[in-house]
Ligand binder design. Sequence first.
Ligand SMILES: [Zn+2]
Length: 664
Amino acid sequence: MTTPTVPFRQLHQDFHTSEHIGNVAAAFNPDEWAEMLVRARVQSVNCFARCWHGWLYYESEAFPQWVHPHLQQRDLLPAMITAAHKRGIRAPVYVGVQMCNAMADRQPEWRQMHADGTLAGSPPLETGHKGPLCLNTPFAAFMDGLVRELCATMPAVDGFWFDGVNTQDCVCWHCRMEMLERGIDPADPAARARFGHEVVTRWTRRMSALVRSLKPDATLFYNAGHLGPGHVAMGDAYTHWEVESVPFEGWGFTHSPAVMRYVRTTGKPVVGMTVRFHTNWGDLHSFKHPVELEYECAQMLALGARCCIGDHLHPSGRLEPATYELIGNAFRAVEEAEPWCDGARPVCEAAVLTPESPVPGWGANEPAAIRGALRLLQEAAVQFDIIDATAELKPYRLLILPDHVTLTPELAARIDAHVAAGGAALSSGSSGLKTDGGAALSCLGIERVGDAPWHPDYVRPHGVIGAGLPETEHVMYLRGQHVRALDGTEILIEAYRPYFNAAWPRYAGERSTGEVVYPAVTRRGPAIHFAHPVFRIYHETSAPWVKQMVTNAIRSLLGTMLVTHNGPSTLRVHLNEQKAEKRFVLHLLHYVGTGLGGKRETMTDRIPLHDVECSLSVRAPVADVQLVPQNTPLAFHQRDGVLSFTVPHVHGRQMVAVAPEAER
Ligand SMILES: [Zn+2]
């Protein structure tokens, strides 16, 4: 299969339009519409065939009853595709899948049913999206027919963007019958979840096979608002990944970079996707701060992804010029950076093994341990991927197992072998310990006794782990593990007990007695274990001493880090390599948020940094270091495999291209 065309600048144009709105697309003019996209530098636009209300936006012969009842421009979708293609813009077709108000009302037997017999989605007398529909019902045949008609009647189909394809937990008649026939107990929630995931996986693969039989070159993506191991496991059905993530509500600012760091390890192209709205999708008359949009796109590029910005076409069919000025400005900065991003791959020294389950939940559900690890490692300038249990470990000098990674005996053996072969490991909480469902890592040299009996307990940082911290008790906010160090394992930091656990009738015992109770941080050679869930603690509390201790441990395990700098912890640094251009590109991003204490944190400022001293671990002799895209040469020196230079200004984003000497 050839690599799909996945351009850098993409637009996703929602058109979820209620049947209670009249004159739909009456003011749509295909040339005006497409010229607006050209001015905004759009290279690809997702165009609507079927929205979440369940309506179609073209003259369907097969399903006339589902065409939007007030659609004035009856050939809206083909007109969009033709106008876009005339200007060299790709136009994949958007198809809403499970979420569907019209069918939920008119074909309720296709809706997912909860175990208590209620139908999934909003109740009939409440507003909100109804559905979701079950992919194990005759609804699947409707979807086949729709896709066949679109492939047969549209002027061209560049790809399909299927939306709302989520795991399901359904006991509708079709699901119940199949589970019973196959000896699966519908009353067992875990068995039901596995079955629901199987139904979605099966449908997804079948749909991809159908599309490929009709349009072999079409791109294929199935959106669930999140991508985890469960989605990657059915990656054969996808041509690329798109990371829908809006820095509001459940996603926040950590979801997008965490998922991009994960899916980029599959080798498929990745598109980061945000919206131009201030809050969430459909917030039409709001505008994201331009600096925030610039930041999100810069981060996507730095993480090796392409950029997609979401908009929503007004029911009239007319585009708002102010919106396209906002999008165009963001895409101008993207276009400027493209020569240093095309074909770029991240250079990583560490990998974080995700504790996320291979059976996905609904929506954004990456674990708090991953969110904490992401923030902590980014602030410490560590260059890392996020991986799952199937990943190859060899490329990574350091493996990080955050808080509650459950290991199979096979994976534990692979990690032990990796450490024995010269790698390093840092684990925390119950990761790497023998638990009910998990195997132990021998390389840690510790044994689990149980959950820590004292909470909260305290650590007294000292030595390598405590560098930069006063040697006195520091609280660990979440309960840790009680471990015992085996012979040959060093106890680096010990845990101190409180007077008593706060439980009725005693309270306010949260003070250290000064009595050592069990190890808090242990080390055996290149393997360090923190008994507390330090990444979740950092996610929940941002405790600076926790960050300092973990950072000290990482530095101690890695020795020389790939990138170091003297900037603040708000500076993000990402090192990529462009093999074809024979150069490294360092992305420095400095954007600072406002809204501390508010419900919506926003990025509104590029606070300039001056004279940022950077060091890169580069063994090959370097010939040239330049600020790009300015093409300004930088003075540098290189000694013992460490390249050093000073970036005079970082105003938002600054890239630095590093070219090693040509091989003789
Ligand atoms: Zn069902």
